[in-house]
Write a protein that binds this ligand. Structure first.
Ligand code: ITT
Length: 201
C-alpha cells in the first residue's frame, strides 16, 4: 500500500482575520499554504456554535468545514471563564452583550461587590485540527488572570482590558508579541506544533 501524501494546504475555519494571521505567523516555517474560508468559497456559511464546551464548538466548526472543503482544517473556540459567576460567559463569550465594551461593562457589573481574591478567571482556547479522512487532533491553552475593577489598556480585543495578570497589567496593556507568547491561543498553537511538523515537514 502506498503512503498517503497530505496536501500542504490547510484551511483555517474562522471569520476572524486576526486569528488567520496568528496561525500564518506562528507556523510560517512549515511551508504550508493557509486558506481562509473566503479562499475556498465558504465565507457566509457560518457554522452555529451550539456546543456546550469550547471543545464541542471547535470540533463543530472544523468537522463541517473539512467536510465541505475537502481540506485539513483548523478551527478554534475560545472565551473567558469567570469562577465567581459559575464559569460565565464561557462558550457564550462572543454573545454575552452586543459589543466588546458592553460585554466588559456587563461583566464588571456582574462582579460588583466581589472581592479581589474571588475574581479569578481564565481565557481558554481549544483548537481542533480535522483531516477529511477522519483523524482529529485537539489542543488546549489557558491564560490565568483576575477580573479587574475597571477596563485598562488599548491593545488586543474583547475582554483584554478587564483581565489582570499576576504582574498587575491587563492583557490589553501587553505589546501584541508578548500577548501572543503567553495567550491561551498561543499556548494551544505551541502544543499543536510538533504534530503539524510531523505531518507537513
Ligand atoms: P470565529 O468563531 O469565527 O473563529 P470569533 O471571534 O467569534 O471567531 P470565538 O467564537 O472563539 O471567536 O469567540 C471568542 C470570544 O471570546 C471573542 O468574541 C471574545 O469576546 C472572547 N475572546 C477570545 N479570545 C480573546 C482574547 O485573546 N482576548 C479577549 N477576548 C477574547
Amino acid at each position: 500500500m502506498s503512503p498517503t501524501v497530505l496536501p500542504k494546504t490547510l484551511l483555517v475555519a474562522t471569520t476572524n482575520p486576526g486569528k488567520l494571521k496568528e496561525y500564518q505567523e506562528m507556523f510560517a516555517d512549515l511551508g504550508v499554504t493557509w486558506k481562509s474560508l473566503a479562499d475556498v468559497g465558504l465565507d457566509g456559511h457560518e457554522v452555529a456554535e451550539t456546543g456546550e464546551t469550547f471543545r464541542d464548538n471547535a470540533l463543530l466548526k472544523a468537522v463541517a468545514c473539512a467536510h465541505q472543503s475537502g481540506l485539513p482544517t483548523l478551527a478554534d473556540d475560545s472565551g473567558l471563564v469567570v469562577d465567581a459567576i459559575h464559569g460565565a460567559p464561557g462558550v457564550y463569550s462572543a454573545r454575552y452583550a452586543p459589543t466588546a465594551p458592553e460585554r466588559n461593562t456587563k461583566l464588571l457589573l456582574a462582579l460588583e461587590g466581589v472581592p479581589p481574591e474571588q475574581r479569578s478567571a481564565r481565557f481558554v482556547c481549544v483548537i481542533a485540527c480535522v483531516f477529511p479522512h477522519g483523524v482529529t487532533i485537539l489542543s488546549e491553552g489557558n491564560l490565568e488572570g483576575q477580573i479587574g475593577f475597571a477596563p485598562r489598556g488599548s491593545n488586543g480585543f474583547g475582554y483584554d482590558p478587564v483581565v489582570v495578570l499576576a504582574d498587575g497589567r491587563t492583557v490589553a496593556e501587553l505589546p501584541p508579541a508578548e500577548k501572543n507568547q503567553i495567550s491561551h491561543r498561543g499556548q494551544a498553537l505551541i502544543k499543536l506544533r510538533p504534530l503539524l511538523e510531523c505531518l507537513f515537514r
